[in-house]
Design a protein around this ligand. Structure first.
Ligand SMILES: [Zn+2]
Length: 161
């Protein structure tokens, strides 16, 4: 089984924005981003309710954005609860999405309305949301990571051997 992400050294992986993989499809390239919000195995992971609210808000942000909506293929939570996956059309690098991702996290940090699509007919677990903690987590990620991104937050550490 060749799963590229299993070659990453999670023991030294920092928070940041990483290119998880690129897939060539019929009409071009799709880039999957690792939006890593927690240092794996060294920080508390996020609650499932927070991951769920981020999923709803992030999907809303990108799917209603005038430029990014048509590039957005997928937004979803990581099973390990340390971050999100986002797939965009195009052969992209972390730098290409740093600004829009910061705008997205600022949008979530400042969100004060009803969570979009958090209704029983639109969501598989509509009561499992937590906007208050989501806002705190998003602000922390902006202040501590997205505001001061450097190469170490955009290049995967590789396992030795
Ligand atoms: Zn939902």
């Amino acid at each position: 089984m060749d799963v590229t992400s299993f070659g990453i050294d999670h023991d030294t992986l920092l928070r940041g924005i990483y290119v998880s993989r690129k897939d060539t499809v019929e009409n071009g390239v799709l880039t999957t981003f690792d939006i890593r919000m927690k240092e794996p195995n060294r920080e508390m992971v996020m609650d499932t309710s927070v991951m769920h609210t981020i999923e709803h808000l992030m999907a809303t942000f990108f799917r209603s954005h005038p430029l990014w909506a048509e590039k957005t293929i997928y937004v979803g939570p990581m099973g390990c609860r340390t971050g999100m996956y986002v797939i965009f059309k195009g052969d992209l690098e972390s730098k290409d999405i740093a600004e829009i991702m910061k705008a997205c996290y600022e949008y979530m940090a400042n969100f004060n309305e009803e969570i979009p699509a958090a209704k029983s007919e639109m969501c598989g677990n509509y009561l499992d949301h937590n906007l208050a903690i989501t806002k705190i987590e998003c602000k922390k990620y902006v202040d501590e990571v997205l505001d001061c991104l450097n190469e170490a937050n955009m290049t995967y550490p590789r396992q030795q051997g």
